[in-house]
Design a protein around this ligand. Structure first.
Ligand SMILES: Cc1cc2nc3c(=O)[nH]c(=O)nc-3n(C[C@H](O)[C@H](O)[C@H](O)COP(=O)(O)OP(=O)(O)OC[C@H]3O[C@@H](n4cnc5c(N)ncnc54)[C@H](O)[C@@H]3O)c2cc1C
Length: 484
């Protein structure tokens, strides 16, 4: 077997000989495994839960499938404006539709399991060795998988020319609000619910808290969202966050801002959440969504020379190298940007680097992200806060969705399109779209940011009339600077 130098853009006469062991089968791991296999490497993926990782089994796929059901319920809100009476006789107060949460969750879990099985089958078809079990590093070039359920009767050892650590993260737990899986829940435990919570208290108003609070309200639960900050979605575009908070409260959600939750405990038939100022919020269930911790403890990283931050995240550079030669890391365990798309990109970059292929270092400027609330909030490029903080020159224009003809026809009121551009070069620097299906609408803005298109480039391209994307071209026209 050859002895390539995984830490440099090596010249490998025989890529078949390069052994890559991937620890963790989420998007950071399995996408990299596929690319490495395609490039001819010998690839092993060690995964302790199921292929697809938390992204597929407990996080992205389940939450977005649940949200698909919630979205269906939200869209019925628009029915009366379109002249449609739901719930039987005209003027009836009967609910438009009701939710069978057991059926919704059964679908969620079945879809996630099927997706995981598809990923495993694809990896195996491509010739990736899949090993079930909890692995750890034994030095920088070896991964050990102890015997255990699913892992076999004997400890297995895999020598590697390069190891990719993609072990993800797990929900952060508060010692004063320990999840019991029944009433005090993490986001991974929500899918065991058989009936809709009467009143769900959501602790944490970041993306995860906001998505679940919005979804459960749309499904029919009473929801109280407890936020330690001034408003929901701190760190996101301020106009978008304000709009969403207004929509939440208009839908009957109680939003408690500047309210830090200190503890949650079970009562005879529900939960009691105590806030730092002594107030008490009662509910039937509480979802604790206060961030995640990297799954990097006790797997031999520091012993192998891999530097961790004080929060336990793996320190990586823009080509996913860690401080230990031959060890790379990708995804949530690096704390770079907790998105499945970023994890996959980091993993792919790592194997291109290991195998001496052309490598484009990670560029976070063009990452498109979406918050799956109703309306959705999609962003790309520079945020207004970042532009202000860096003292960059920029111009901006915003068009409310309510002025878009297609939105009027569809009965959509809440949302906007906002673009930022450079005042002299006129290039599009970033954008925010708040709208149903903003996740689909953001792509033209992503193309503009990625390829440094000017506002005139965007404005001069045809859009369908009538269409929501017409507002993107319209905002670009608002930013046109006439010649002097
Ligand atoms: C509720 C929720 C919703 C989200 N929605 C979105 C979304 O819509 N879009 C988006 O882009 N991102 C979303 N994210 C973020 C996304 O889930 C993560 O960014 C993504 O999962 C990161 O991928 P990963 O490969 O780093 O980790 P993971 O997906 O967590 O995979 C890591 C895998 O490693 C395995 N593992 C850990 N330790 C070991 C070990 N010692 N041995 C073997 N295996 C091990 C774990 O079992 C796991 O399967 C969401 C997150 C949450 C919490």
């Amino acid at each position: 077997m050859s002895n390539p130098s995984p830490n440099g853009p090596a010249s490998h006469p025989d890529l078949q000989a390069t052994r890559i062991v991937v620890l963790g089968g989420g998007p950071g791991g399995y996408e990299a495994a596929l690319v490495a296999r395609r490039l001819g490497a010998d690839v092993t993926v060690v995964e302790q839960e199921g292929l697809g990782g938390a992204a597929v089994l407990t996080d992205v796929v389940p939450s977005k499938t649940l949200i698909a059901a919630a979205e269906w319920m939200s869209s019925t809100e628009r029915a009366p404006a379109l002249g449609i009476r739901l719930g039987g006789t005209p003027g009836s107060d009967a609910p438009a539709a009701s939710v069978d949460l057991a059926a919704v969750n059964q679908r969620v879990l079945a879809l996630a399991a099927a997706q995981s099985a598809d990923i495993r089958a694809r990896l195996e078809r491509e010739g990736v060795r899949v090993v079930l079990g909890a692995g750890r590093l034994d030095g920088p070039r070896r991964v050990v998988v102890p015997a255990g359920p699913g892992a076999g009767e004997r400890e297995q050892t895999f020598d590697a020319d390069a190891v990719l650590v993609a072990v993800g993260a797990t929900p952060r737990e508060l010692p004063t609000a320990v999840p019991d899986g029944e009433r005090i829940l993490t986001w991974k435990q929500l899918y065991n619910l058989q009936t809709l919570p009467e009143k769900l208290v959501v602790v944490g108003s970041g993306v995860t808290g906001a998505e679940f609070a919005g979804a459960y309200r749309a499904l029919g639960a009473e929801v109280t969202l407890v936020s330690s900050r001034d408003r929901v979605l701190p760190g996101e575009d301020a106009d978008a966050a304000e709009l969403l908070e207004n929509v939440f409260t208009a839908r009957g959600m109680e939003v408690l801002s500047r309210s830090r939750a200190e503890a949650a405990e079970r009562t005879a038939d529900g939960v009691r959440v105590t806030l730092a100022d002594g107030r008490v919020v009662e509910g039937s269930h509480v979802l604790v969504a206060v961030g995640a911790v990297p799954a990097t403890a006790g797997i031999g990283l520091e012993e192998a020379g891999v530097a961790l931050t004080p929060s336990g995240h793996v320190v990586v550079d823009k080509v996913s190298r860690t401080s230990a030669r031959g060890v790379y890391a990708a995804g949530d365990c690096t704390g770079v940007l907790p998105l499945a798309s970023v994890a996959a990109m980091q993993g792919r970059i790592a194997v291109h680097h290991v195998l001496g292929d052309a490598v484009h270092p990670l560029n976070l400027q063009t990452v498109a992200a979406n918050i799956f609330t109703a309306p959705e909030i999609a962003t790309v490029g520079k945020s207004e806060a970042a532009l202000r903080a860096s003292g960059s020159k920029y111009v901006t224009a915003t068009l409310p969705l309510a002025r878009n003809p297609r939105a009027k026809m569809l009965g959509m009121r809440d949302g906007f399109v906002k673009l930022f551009a450079h005042p002299e070069a006129h290039v599009v620097l970033g954008g925010v779209i708040v709208s149903p299906r903003a996740s689909e609408l953001i792509f033209p803005v992503t193309l503009a940011v990625a390829h440094r298109l000017t506002v005139d480039d965007v404005a001069e391209a045809f859009t369908v009339y009538p269409s929501l994307s017409g507002s993107i071209a319209e905002v670009a026209r608002m930013l046109h600077q006439p010649l002097d």
